[in-house]
Design a protein around this ligand. Structure first.
Ligand code: AMP
Length: 279
């Protein structure tokens, strides 16, 4: 695996590779890699000639300073995992490399998507995600971009940003990898102590309550039941919601036909966990 820290040398290398008509797959990450991230690399590897991964903890997408400061960093282990997975290129830029002009004021018209769920509870987060994915796509110019359904709304935001900025990249959304008990893999799980790790499973169980008890008609009671389940298990809940899987419009009623997604975000002490399940 070849490591690049600046955009110019990365582009120089990639341009030379692309002369051979190589198909490129790109997996942007914030590091602290786990099996979920590696599943994206493996998927990219199976469908491309060259796989590029980036590790960059993007400050502009953190709306909470302590969350940014406490974000896990495991670079050496990450490099080992990427090499074992057959990743070809690692892009590891600094903050000043990605934000050469300082933090820009560029604004993306994300509309409704930015006003709900993560957008509502993490103001500015999706502007930060958009700006960094936009910059990374300009730097890497891949054929296919791989992202995880674990961040359901983020995938929709990135799709919207790519339309606005006219990126000619295919977005491939990959399934959520889970621990054997069902907990969605996440870099933030590293911050959980033993007791919290057990409690963290309640997030998945909450989604299962929604999945198993979904019936056509009013959904408000079911959403309340799911919220109460988390509250009674010591969580501070941001949201337990059910939305249209295509548009993410929040739903209080179900006609029994529309494809829906249940989404949850809640704090277990200091750690904010999110998960979702397509119903
Ligand atoms: P992050 O490092 O958290 O920014 O994640 C980088 C990419 O990995 C994003 O596209 C995530 O959606 C994806 N990802 C994170 N966790 C998982 C998981 N458990 N399964 C599959 N993909 C994931």
């Amino acid at each position: 695996m070849i490591l690049f820290k600046d955009i110019i040398t990365l582009q120089d290398y990639l341009n030379r590779q692309k002369l051979h008509n190589l198909k490129t797959g790109f997996v942007p990450t914030m590091g602290a890699l786990h099996v979920g991230h590696i599943s994206l690399i493996t998927k990219a590897k199976s469908a491309n000639d060259l796989v590029i991964c980036s590790i960059f903890v993007n400050p502009t997408q953190f709306n909470n300073v302590s969350d940014l400061e406490k974000y896990p960093k495991t670079l050496e282990a990450d490099i080992d995992k990427l090499e074992a997975a057959g990743c070809d290129v690692l892009f590891l830029p600094s903050v000043s490399e990605m934000y050469k002009e300082g933090i820009e004021n560029k604004h993306y018209e994300l509309g409704y998507l930015e006003t709900i769920l993560e957008g509502k509870y993490r103001p500015g987060h999706f502007q930060g995600v958009s700006i960094i994915v936009d910059k990374l796509l300009l730097a890497v110019m891949p054929d296919v971009l791989y992202m995880g359904r674990k961040d359901y709304q983020q995938c929709m935001v990135v799709e919207t940003m790519m339309e606005i900025e006219k990126h000619k990249v295919i977005l491939e959304i990959c399934d959520t990898m889970r621990e054997t008990d069902g907990l969605a893999m996440s870099s933030r799980n590293m911050r959980l102590n033993e007791t919290e790790r057990k409690q963290a499973l309640r997030i998945f169980e909450c989604l299962m309550i929604i999945k198993n008890e979904m019936k056509p008609g009013n959904l408000i009671h079911l959403k309340q039941k799911a919220t109460n389940f988390l509250l009674s298990n010591g969580y501070k809940v941001d949201y337990t919601e059910i939305a249209d899987a295509e548009t993410l419009k929040l739903q209080d009623n179900w006609d029994g036909k529309k494809k829906l997604v249940a989404l949850v975000a809640a704090y277990l002490n200091e750690v904010r966990l999110i998960d979702n399940i397509v119903l």
